[in-house]
Design a protein around this ligand. Structure first.
Ligand code: PAF
Length: 301
């Protein structure tokens, strides 16, 4: 693995790989790698010939009141993890390299970026889409890998790639959970042991929501209330939203049918956590995708 910090060197490395006929896979990250990030790298390694992992804590997706300064960082550990997962390049630029002057251009994806996390973080997705568009332009990947934990981010990036005819396949990878169900997140590092325990209510509430739909419930509000009531019983967790949306475009459904996303966001101590499950509901059947759980040793269970 080579470590690069300049856009010029990154372009040269990717251009050479393409000249040699190799397919390029991109895993954009903000570092502090956990098993979720590593699963994206493994997916890219399995699918493509030349894997570029980017590590950049992108300031434009944080509001001034948010945790940019505190965001957890471990550059040495991240480099070791990316190398162990078979990355060819780890690109870790500084802010000056990515934004030599304040950008006048922003990529904005309407509708899909509004509501859900976009309500509490109105500038967040513009920061994400703009930096992801820049990374696509620098790397020229044929595939780019994003976790389904950030379901709205995945939908927004997909829509950007479609609308702008970007020649990249946006690949959504399974949400990865700790053994007790907590969705993996770099921000879990902010949690005290008590908060960490309390935060499992999010995945428990989502699993209960799936059970309710399996039992025949078809009203979106009933599912949202079940989650809100379970979270309300946990004093350390403050719910921001619990919402059911259509998976394709994140619009609210009138009835629970077809491909759906059940998404939650909550504050737990200093951390803002998100989680979700996918549901496929038909008259005959309800299928729930809760993601994958890993054991403490990092194996899927
Ligand atoms: O998901 C993340 O870590 C970030 O939002 C991303 C996609 C790397 C853009 O900064």
């Amino acid at each position: 693995m080579i470590m690069l910090t300049t856009i010029a060197d990154l372009r040269t490395a990717c251009e050479q790989a393409r000249t040699e006929g190799r397919t390029v896979g991109l895993v954009p990250t903000m570092g502090f790698f956990h098993e979720g990030h590593r699963s994206l790298m493994r997916a890219a390694r399995a699918d493509t010939d030349f894997v570029v992992v980017t590590l950049f804590v992108n300031p434009t997706q944080f509001a001034p009141t948010e945790d940019l300064g505190a965001y957890p960082r471990d550059p040495a550990g991240d480099a070791a993890a990316a190398e162990a997962e078979g990355a060819d390049v780890l690109f870790a630029p500084d802010t000056e390299e990515m934004y030599p002057e304040p950008p006048l251009t922003t990529v904005h994806v309407a509708d899909v970026s509004e509501g859900l996390c976009g309500s509490a973080r109105p500038t967040h997705f513009d920061g994400v889409t703009t930096v992801v568009a820049k990374l696509f332009a620098m790397v020229g990947p044929c595939r780019a890998y994003f976790g389904r934990k950030d379901a709205q981010q995945l939908a927004v990036v997909r829509r950007m790639a479609t609308d702008l005819n970007l020649p990249v396949e946006v690949v959504g990878c399974p949400l990865v959970r700790e053994g007790d169900g907590l969705a993996m997140s770099s921000r879990n590092a902010y949690l005290t042991p008590e908060e960490r325990e309390a935060a499992t209510v999010l995945s428990r509430a989502l699993a209960a929501a799936a059970d309710l739909v399996r039992a025949g419930e078809r009203e979106p509000a009933a599912v949202e209330h079940l989650i809100a009531n379970m979270v309300a019983a946990e004093p350390l967790v403050e719910l921001e939203y619990a919402e059911v949306r259509r998976a394709a475009d994140l619009t609210p459904p009138t009835r629970l049918e077809g491909e759906l996303l059940v998404a939650v966001a909550a504050r737990v101590g200093r951390a803002r956590l998100i989680d979700n499950i996918s549901l496929q509901v038909s008259d005959a059947d309800v299928r729930a995708d809760l993601g994958v759980r890993v054991s403490p040793a990092g194996r899927s269970i």
